[in-house]
Write a protein that binds this ligand. Structure first.
Ligand SMILES: [Zn+2]
Length: 506
């Protein structure tokens, strides 16, 4: 499906729509409706179950979304969090320099001055993508953070967090005290981040307010042991930077063990493999659409020692898009905050060594992945629109439908109450024909529907207290007892966890 078709469908069903829509919409801001909220929540739950499931030493925290100026000065965001812009003197549109220069400089424009960018534009005679005139100029870069007044004096300034990661770096010292005083220590945040993007576009892919799920693992590089046997034989679709430099564009399926033999650390490959498995096994992204794209030294931020972006090919956006990444950031972050705060953030390990922990960061965009789920699982087929989400991600896991509203409604209502009390989120729908209601449930991604009919409610009928259970994907129907229905659905509705390290260890 094309991007605008997909968006129209999601808007029509109330998954999401442009924020401040009655005022014409606010660029880069979106509101989620009931189905969108439920899907987003299940995606967040699935992410937590998977990544917190990797280790008992990984914990969820919720840091503040407002950062005092001293924090963003220390982190480097105040100085460097810019996205060079190019503006058109003719039609006055603004573009990201990286986008405009994509063809002539595929490695991006990070680190280039405004003058250097202007030279590239002139040298390659780049025309305005909007009006076609050769009238592009390069203004001084502006900071992408939203600054706000803080306190009543008007002298203090704070910033909306441009990424959730900073909150984890700030929390490390406290969590070290609170916890077992051992490394690794993982801090996971699902939270909002804010960026004043120059050119918000592609719906949920470049937003000004968005939700990230990020795991920061603080570790001692000399002793970070992972249960590597759990992933050793997993084959990963990697596109290495050296092969790209030689012209390769296709992935090479390489086992985790081979990647380690080639020089990548076990701890890095372990987490990369689990990000891949999360895409394939939990979110149901087809493996052949996934690639782990290694950034070269010039492409990645200078503090990242290793970076693979986890990209997925999306038809709605015409190619691969980054949906997550694994960054080995060294001791850059705690080093910056130690300097900025004047606090020694090094820790003493049980063997007496004093170590400034390194950081492994696993990023994941919630909104982007919600879009990807729609792109990959929502399809029009056999004259029906069906959202083939894994059951545990479905906004409505179970639809409860009385065949006839008046005669079967009361029974269906009490069944609804019963399954909800047993922990199965369910929705009731009694309006329109049963076929029309199945169609609505298919569109909303409900994997199961049960229909209450005359036999269900008739105490003298052998099929009393049984319902018709319909599966979304196969449209198969079977008669099942009401007793035990919730228990039967409990397993498919539980998000998967990674294989237990102990069971997988050899
Ligand atoms: Zn123009």
């Amino acid at each position: 499906m094309k991007s605008d078709e997909l968006f129209a469908l999601l808007r029509r069903r109330g998954f999401l729509w442009p924020s401040s829509e009655i005022y014409g919409g606010a660029q880069g801001l979106f509101d989620y409706g009931p189905l969108g909220v439920a899907l987003k929540r299940r995606l967040e739950e699935a992410w937590s179950a998977w990544f917190l499931g990797l280790s008992d030493d990984y914990h969820a925290i919720q840091p503040s979304e407002l950062l005092p100026e001293a924090v963003v000065r220390a982190s480097g965001h105040l100085e460097n969090f810019t996205d060079p812009e190019v503006t058109c003197g003719h039609c006055h549109h603004a573009f990201r320099a990286e986008t405009v220069l994509e063809k002539v400089r595929p490695e991006g424009v990070d680190g280039l001055s405004a003058t250097a960018i202007a030279e590239l534009v002139a040298q390659h005679r780049i025309a305005c993508p909007s009006c076609g005139q050769a009238a592009l100029t390069v203004p001084a870069p502006f900071n992408l953070m939203f600054g706000v007044d803080f306190g009543v004096t008007g002298r203090e300034k704070a910033y909306l967090a441009p990424e959730t990661a900073q909150g984890s770096y700030l929390a490390f010292a406290r969590m070290w005290e609170v916890g077992r005083k051992t490394l690794p220590l993982g801090l996971a945040v699902i939270g909002r981040a804010y960026r004043n993007e120059i050119a918000p576009r592609q719906v949920l892919f470049r937003m000004r307010a968005f939700t990230q799920a990020e795991l920061q693992v603080f570790f001692d590089p000399a002793s970070f042991a992972v249960p590597f046997s759990a992933v050793r034989d997993e084959r990963l679709p990697v596109l290495r930077a050296d092969r790209r430099a030689a012209g390769a564009t296709d992935v090479e399926w390489t086992s985790a063990a081979e990647l380690v033999a080639g020089g990548l650390p076990e701890f890095y490959v372990f987490h990369l493999a689990h990000l891949f498995r999360f895409f394939r096994d939990v979110l149901g992204y087809p493996a052949e659409r996934i690639r782990l794209f290694e950034k070269s030294e010039v492409e990645r931020a200078f503090y990242n020692r290793i970076q693979f972006d986890a990209e997925v090919r999306l038809d709605s956006l015409g190619g691969f898009r980054e949906l997550g990444a694994v960054h080995y950031r060294g001791d850059y972050d705690l080093g910056r905050h130690a300097k900025g705060s004047g606090k020694d953030l090094a820790v003493t390990l049980t063997d007496g060594r004093r170590v400034l922990p390194h950081v492994l960061e696993i990023t994941f965009g919630i909104d982007r992945n919600l879009w990807a789920l729609a792109d990959l699982h929502l399809a029009v087929e056999d004259e029906r629109t069906v959202f083939r989400l894994p059951a545990y991600l479905a906004p409505i896991p179970l639809g409860v439908l009385p065949l006839l509203k008046k005669e079967h409604g009361p029974y269906a209502r009490s069944l609804l109450d019963r399954v909800r009390r047993a922990g199965v989120p369910a929705a009731y729908d009694a309006s329109a024909s049963i076929g029309r209601r199945y169609a609505r449930m298919d569109e909303a991604g409900a994997p199961y529907c049960v229909t209450v009919d005359g036999e269900t409610v008739d105490p003298s009928h052998p099929a009393h207290d049984t319902v018709t259970l319909r599966q979304r994907d196969s449209r198969a129907q079977e008669r099942v007892p009401v007793e035990g229905l919730a228990a039967r659905l409990a397993e498919p509705l539980r998000p998967p966890r990674p294989p237990a390290p102990d069971a997988a260890a050899s």
